[in-house]
Design a binder for this molecule. Sequence first.
Ligand code: BGC
Length: 355
Amino acid sequence: MVIYSLPRYQDFEHKIDGKKTHLFILRNRTGMQVAFTDYGARIVSILVPDKAGNLRDVLLGFNSIHDYLQADEQYHGATIGRFANRIAHGSFQLDGEKYTLQQNNGRNSLHGGATGFHTKVWDRRTSFKNKIDFCYISPDGEEGFPGNLKVTVTYELTENNEISIKYLAETDKKTVINLTNHAYFNLDGEGHGDVLDHILHIPADHFLPIDEHQIPIDQPVPVEGTLFDFRSPKRLSTDITKDDEQLRRGNGYDHTLVNNQPFSKIAASAFSPHSGIRLEVLTTEPGIQLYTGNFLSGKDIGKSGRPYPSRSAFCFETQHYPNSPNNPHFPSVVLEPGDRWESETIYRFCIKKEM
Ligand code: BGC
């Protein structure tokens, strides 16, 4: 049995591009502890009690900035921007003007490009006992995107075992934006084998099928009769290895499920029968990217000294749809000067006997 603990402050004291990095910790009265770093405005650890009262760290990640910088997978727990997920051919048009982005994923642009928000040292603006604000100003033209974009990400740990993430952004020039957090969860604890026994429940009636470049083909299609139907609780292992064109293209689940729930209702949940830990997601975003860690290579050794192979975690990335700048039918990702981009997601943890 692994005894999980938080990383040490001193292992996050480092300098990247001349800016100092740090570790920050929030705790609540029920014993939950969450660690963050300003490198990528990312979540580092989420310690929650399991059904036996033992703390488990349910988030994949590393013990030091050095390990984050060396990692094979760059996105662990990070804020993703300016544009989460893929933009086809690394280009889009706004008011007739063409913008060209770096193609860092085959012919796509992925997660804001190689020097996206996950690689920036964010400023910590304010801190309260249970809240932390990270702020970053992305200059006009950074990674090919127009407009000086000011972004604030506020994390709050509530007494209800919730991590709330609020995003706020403003621009001085018309631009596109899609922000998310790339938390990799394993509800048995990071480094604790695969997540195939986890039971998922997602009320989405529709999902976005993808082409061979992992770009949504067109409109959402009904999940009815597909392997993407999680409207009744379903073990992840049930369908994930079935012979299916969509699963082949994603190398597993790597698809947007269309969120049909208001912010007050659970948009997705996952439960581990072993730990008894359940994660509930509430969001204002129109989509949830269900990603089953298919491309995790096993090269990364995580916080408790164990490797992170394929399917050793899952992500519920709340966001707008991939490639939206090139698809006029998708909810708009355009941000105008004078408007505010506001979005909120809650990751809530609880203990259950069954799903
Ligand atoms: C994407 C995957 C990608 C991964 C990279 C996810 O958000 O959906 O396709 O491989 O991020 O970590």
